[in-house]
Design a protein around this ligand. Structure first.
Ligand SMILES: NC(=O)c1ccc[n+]([C@@H]2O[C@H](COP(=O)([O-])OP(=O)(O)OC[C@H]3O[C@@H](n4cnc5c(N)ncnc54)[C@H](OP(=O)(O)O)[C@@H]3O)[C@@H](O)[C@H]2O)c1
Length: 222
């Protein structure tokens, strides 16, 4: 598969490593330009590209940058990109530690719905609830006892099935977590967040999540 990755940090870098190890073609971008990605390219064989090129190079395009930087992406990032291209959002809103106030999310828009609105494209939410290092190191073959499971939420069943298959290839059980309107169940502070549960545990955790956004996950008042 051709996979575009926008963001080459903890998650983007490790997805690049794992997808390359699986034999996928990876086109990876950051904010500073492809010339700053030569180490990652040399290590993995991924192709460093611009953000625009990454959006145009993948059958799947993973957007994995801090939430506060999402509005900085080019407005026409996906203009002319086929609707068949699957866009994955790994993002989490960290208002107090990193992102500051994002009004839409504070007003109640689900995090990935907000990302989708900013990008002007449907997204599939995945990889947001696992530590980058665990994503790199804790994958196991299908059927292994205690295999970690990852929730995948999205409105397009075809797009979601493609992501669920990639999750499995990476060494994790994919759990269909419903449509994007259900994706608050895997946001920060929910039971499934950073918990490394198996599939049964992920299903239980999603079912027991509470919609309430706790004060420590809200922006401090202006
Ligand atoms: N870290 C984790 O364990 C983890 C786990 C699950 C989900 N997440 C979520 O996944 C997202 C990414 O997290 P991360 O930890 O991988 O972030 P990170 O290590 O801080 O890396 C951020 C990457 O995004 C790039 N970037 C920032 N603004 C950009 C822009 N406008 N255009 C293109 N690239 C841009 C940066 O490029 P430059 O360096 O060139 O600026 C950098 O490569 C966040 O929402 C985070 O909450 C993180």
């Amino acid at each position: 598969m051709n996979i575009g990755i926008i963001g080459a940090g903890n998650i983007g870098g490790n997805l690049t490593r794992r997808f390359r190890a699986l034999g996928h073609n990876v086109f990876v971008a950051n904010s500073r330009g492809p010339e700053t990605l030569s180490d990652l390219a040399e290590e993995t064989g991924a192709t460093p590209v611009t953000v625009d090129e990454a959006a145009r190079s993948g059958d799947v395009v993973v957007v994995t940058i801090p939430m506060k930087n999402i509005p900085d992406l080019p407005r026409d990032l996906f203009a002319g990109v086929s609707d068949d291209v699957v866009v994955v959002d790994t993002g989490n809103y960290y208002p107090q530690q990193r992102d500051g106030r994002i009004a839409g999310i504070e007003d109640g828009v689900i995090e990935s719905r907000w990302v989708s609105q900013q990008l002007g494209r449907p997204v599939v939410k995945a990889f947001n609830n696992i530590y980058a290092e665990h994503l790199l190191k804790l994958g196991k073959p299908a059927g292994s006892p205690g295999r970690i499971a990852l929730p995948v939420a999205g409105d397009d069943e075809r797009a979601k099935s493609i992501v669920l298959k990639l999750v499995d290839e990476l060494g994790f059980d994919g759990v269909d977590a419903g449509g994007l309107d259900e994706s608050w169940r895997q946001q920060p502070a929910t039971p499934v967040y950073a918990a490394d549960f198996d599939a049964a545990g992920v299903r239980r955790a999603l079912a027991s999540a509470s919609r309430e956004r706790k004060p420590e996950w809200r922006a401090k008042s202006a």
